[in-house]
Design a protein around this ligand. Structure first.
Ligand SMILES: CCCCCCCCCCCCC/C=C/C(=O)SCCNC(=O)CCNC(=O)[C@H](O)C(C)(C)COP(=O)(O)OP(=O)(O)OC[C@H]1O[C@@H](n2cnc3c(N)ncnc32)[C@H](O)[C@@H]1OP(=O)(O)O
Length: 282
């Protein structure tokens, strides 16, 4: 897979306008800036960019499109003004449909493999809250710029569920081990300011536009680096985690199916969903 991605690393022609590359997908858009050659992938599933099967499939398709169109980089962001992504859509896991939940988890694996293993430089413009699966997407990127007064983290233990190993290793690739372990066990959500202090995000910006510009600046730092050498370096650094999930995809799926169907887990998810609804009516 990586081999074919590497074939796409020939620099693209530089023009002066921005083009919408993909409108075929409903829940994501890809906009390529023809001046910089950087693609912005925007998630657009109201109300909270909950990662359901369809959104995951669209994100995956958009990443593949960006890999294929010789973009110089990928910036991931959201069309929602206050939420980057609320993480996995809990309705996919609560009282799940037998076939759909398999497709759902497989689509999540596909997205992570494509984003974490992307051959192009990646950055997240985190323009809102980013819990759990939202944090997974952001930490799969190489650089993060976040807007003030939001939260980010892996809060799974607070929901009575357990983040899979690949969520944890992605988190740990950004934070020091001791801090990652403590935050995972606590299900800790970091404010923007706390996230910056510990290095969970790299910069803070005051608007989405500024966040995207800072992401583009980061991607621009590779302009004079040989793209093949950069991609192979990234690939080698990330190979172990990618290989582990590639090798254990089926077991990972079966483990998820087994645990998510446990009565205690279902009960916990039901209570959590109720608490979210109650919050909305307060
Ligand atoms: C004991 C051992 C057992 C082992 C168990 C293993 C189990 C295996 C499971 C594997 C787990 C996989 C890892 C899971 C990853 C995840 O991503 S889980 C999802 C975690 N996400 C969250 O906790 C976020 C919850 N949402 C929020 O905190 C807030 O909504 C927000 C994102 C901060 C936004 O707040 P606000 O703007 O105030 O909007 P709200 O009013 O709260 O929400 C609007 C509507 O959206 C609904 N909603 C919110 N989040 C989700 C979601 N993740 N899924 C589905 N729906 C969501 C919310 O209920 C509102 O709905 P309405 O009331 O109908 O409008």
């Amino acid at each position: 897979m990586m081999r074919s991605k590497l074939m796409n690393l020939v620099p693209r022609a530089v023009a002066t306008t921005s083009r919408q590359m993909s409108t075929a997908t409903k829940l994501t858009t890809v906009q390529v800036d023809d001046k910089t050659g950087i693609a912005t992938l925007t998630m657009n599933r109201p109300p909270v960019n909950g990662l359901n099967l369809e959104l995951l499939r669209d994100i995956h398709q958009s990443i593949e499109e960006i890999e294929g169109n010789k973009s110089r980089g990928l910036i991931l962001t959201s069309s929602n003004p206050t939420i980057f992504s609320a993480g996995l859509d809990i309705f996919e896991m609560y009282k799940p449909d037998k076939e759909r939940i398999r497709a759902f988890w497989t689509a999540l694996q596909d997205v992570w493999l494509a984003l974490y293993g992307s051959s192009v430089p990646t950055a997240a413009a985190i323009n809102g809250h980013s819990p759990a699966g939202g944090c997974l997407l952001a930490t799969s990127c190489e650089y993060r710029v976040m807007l003030p007064k939001y939260t980010i983290g892996l809060n799974e233990t607070k929901l009575g569920i357990v983040a899979p190993k690949w969520f944890m290793s992605t988190f740990e690739s950004v934070l020091p081990r001791r801090l990652a372990e403590r935050a995972l066990n606590q299900g800790r959500m970091f404010t923007t300011e706390e996230a910056l202090a510990v290095g969970l995000v790299d910069e803070v910006a005051n608007s989405k536009e500024e966040a995207i510009a800072k992401c583009a600046q980061f991607i621009g730092t590779f302009a004079k680096v040989n793209p093949l050498a950069r991609a192979l370096t990234k690939q080698q650094l990330r190979a172990e985690e990618l290989k582990q999930l590639e090798d254990e995809r089926v077991q990972d799926l079966e483990k998820f199916i087994f645990f998510v169907n446990q009565p205690a887990v279902q009960k916990g998810l039901g209570i959590y969903l109720e608490s979210l609804k109650k919050k909305a009516t307060k």
